[in-house]
Design a protein around this ligand. Sequence first.
Ligand code: NAP
Length: 262
Amino acid sequence: MDTTNLFRLDGRVALVTGGSRGIGKMIAAGFIAQGAKVYISSRKAAACEETAAQLGPNCIPLPQDVSSVAGCKALAEQFAAVEDGLDILVNNAGAAWGEPFENFPEIGWDKVMDLNVKSPFFLTQALYAPLKAAASRERPAKVINITSIDGQRLNPWETYSYHASKSALIYLTKRMAARLVQDSINVTSIAPGAFASEMNKAARDHGETIAKGIPAKRIGVDEDMAGTAIFLASRAGDYVVGDTITVDGGLVNAALGTSIDA
Ligand SMILES: NC(=O)c1ccc[n+]([C@@H]2O[C@H](COP(=O)([O-])OP(=O)(O)OC[C@H]3O[C@@H](n4cnc5c(N)ncnc54)[C@H](OP(=O)(O)O)[C@@H]3O)[C@@H](O)[C@H]2O)c1
């Protein structure tokens, strides 16, 4: 067995939604470092272009709002105009909404469920042909959904729809995996813990305080996220199907509960 190239992505084409910043950018940079050509997408064209310029010639901006079915189809059309096959799709774009129970509005459900649950489904559906074109039993294509530990355990905030959406996406990952494995398209998910980003301002602005509550005593950094995404995307992760990998420094699986002894 030669493990030298187990994690390489040379010759692979990837599309990362929400790739302009935060977790999506960490993943895009990791894929590029392993030799992939990476299309990054988000609503703001200027932000996509700026990030692509930073990440180099193998990063191509493809701006699009993917919160609607029409948006997902439009992105798939833009992609199909320039590429025949898609080896790796990362459904990363996501939104959160926090508001007290008494006032939590319907828009706080629609916005979050549309982007976090419906969009990964409909974007994968819209890109089914190029994913199938790239996939073979020897080298499966990959769909990686970015979920969250908030789909696995409760956080202290009133993020009702976010909790429900991420839990739903973890389960949807399994259901889509069961169907798409028939076409050699492996669907998996990564559930991040605390990573500094625009969405997770607490980790970004108060990382040291947040770190105290994490078993590993630090927040997640670029290598943690890129490493897991590269594993799933590459030959190394070819036999992982339908699973969610939790990347959180132990919050979900290695945190001690409160004592209930007298
Ligand atoms: N950071 C964490 O600690 C953490 C923890 C667990 C899970 N996550 C998950 O990780 C993913 C990325 O989060 P992040 O923390 O990196 O957030 P972020 O910094 O806010 O980045 C979100 C990205 O998604 C794009 N986006 C937002 N709405 C979009 C839409 N309608 N269509 C297309 N793109 C859209 C944004 O760009 P535009 O504004 O230009 O559209 C941006 O590129 C999310 O699914 C989030 O739930 C994050």
